[in-house]
Design a protein around this ligand. Structure first.
Ligand code: ZN
Length: 132
């Protein structure tokens, strides 16, 4: 079952410049910066109430974030829902005819298991499930 919006993923060109914006203009403090090798990104997390902002900077031209930036520029990249059972959540989506990017969960930031649904079958929103 989905529990909450865990985080919004935002693609940025420069993590350092974007962190400065969230800290200086919005008054948030960066919780951690972490590289996620499976996604070829560096991430920075900010807590806002019960949810988070995840900034994503590509570490390689091969990164999905590099491709997103080339096509769309900076902006909201994905919406992530926390789930207590990522496997059945993926199965439900597949049973509903949704195209999956990840057939199986993969390691994400913060030691979580994550899996993405394809935006072509989710009304344009790249959708992530994540679980502890
Ligand atoms: Zn995410």
């Amino acid at each position: 079952m989905l529990q909450k919006i865990d985080h919004l993923g935002i693609a940025v060109k420069s993590l350092d410049e974007a962190i400065a914006y969230y800290e200086k203009a919005l008054g948030l403090s960066c919780e951690k910066v972490e590289e996620v090798e499976t996604q070829k990104v560096r991430t920075a997390f900010f807590q806002v109430g019960d949810t988070h902002i995840e900034l994503l900077e590509p570490t390689s031209e091969e990164s999905p974030i590099a491709k997103f930036l080339a096509k769309n520029g900076e902006g909201i990249h994905h919406v992530a829902f926390a789930t207590d059972d990522i496997d059945s959540q993926l199965q439900n989506a597949q049973d509903a005819g949704i195209k999956l990017i990840n057939q199986e969960p993969v390691p994400g930031a913060g030691g979580k298991k994550v899996a993405f649904l394809h935006p072509k079958s989710t009304h344009g929103v790249l959708t992530e499930f994540c679980s502890k």
